[in-house]
Design a protein. Structure first.
Length: 200
């Protein structure tokens, strides 16, 4: 029921992406191939696989619970009046702009208002952050630095709270960080020493 899109069909540049996703039929087909990669569409409301189509509105209709459902349901595109043609180009821009993209720039590129572009950017960035998760993929760099200074420069109350025992002339706090290949980072505290040592 949903045609699969092959990697050869996928656009490689921004111009190709804008042309490719300009057709609503292609956008809908692409969305369905992402949402249901095996091609078996199931109703998100009741789970039934008895599905019909409302071709004039690009919706699917469950024959059991009679609900009409868009392929956007359960995605970051849900409840947005903007079409998938604009959403897919926005995702492309966020994913491929090395230095990021502002909402003003995205609004000019898509021909929409800046608040709408801001809303789109927040949804796309949140989805990308969830996709990255807590795990690093591939090689990562780790480093440690120490932040602090001489005890004589501290306020007396703070020095008494931080430094215990004799001869402690300096107070240093270890700060450890890990950077992945996609410039994701994680700052580790002193409690994470065991995990940090496991990375090396």
């Amino acid at each position: 029921m949903c045609d699969q899109i092959t990697p050869d069909e996928m656009p490689r540049t921004l111009m190709q992406a804008v042309r490719y996703f300009a057709d609503p039929e292609v956008c809908d087909r692409y969305m369905r191939s992402i949402k249901w990669p095996d091609g078996k569409i199931a109703c998100p409301a009741c789970g039934s696989d008895r599905i019909g189509e409302v071709k004039t509105r690009r919706l699917i209709r469950c024959k059991d619970c009679r609900k009409q459902i868009s392929a956007k349901v359960g995605t970051i595109f849900e409840d947005s009046p903007l079409g998938l043609d604009k959403w897919f180009v926005a995702v492309w821009c966020v994913a491929n702009c090395k230095n990021g993209i502002s909402s003003h720039e995205l609004a000019r590129a898509l021909g929409i208002r800046q608040p709408s572009a801001w809303f789109m950017l927040h949804r796309v960035r949140e989805a990308l952050a969830e996709a990255d998760g807590d795990k690093f993929d591939g090689p990562a760099e780790a480093d440690t630095t120490y932040i602090g200074g001489a005890a004589k420069n501290m306020h007396a109350k703070r020095r008494a709270a931080k430094i215990k025992g004799r001869g402690a002339g300096r107070f240093w706090q270890a700060l450890k960080g890990v950077v992945g290949k996609r410039l994701t980072y994680r700052v580790l505290t002193a409690q994470d020493d065991a995990g940090f040592m496991g990375l090396t």
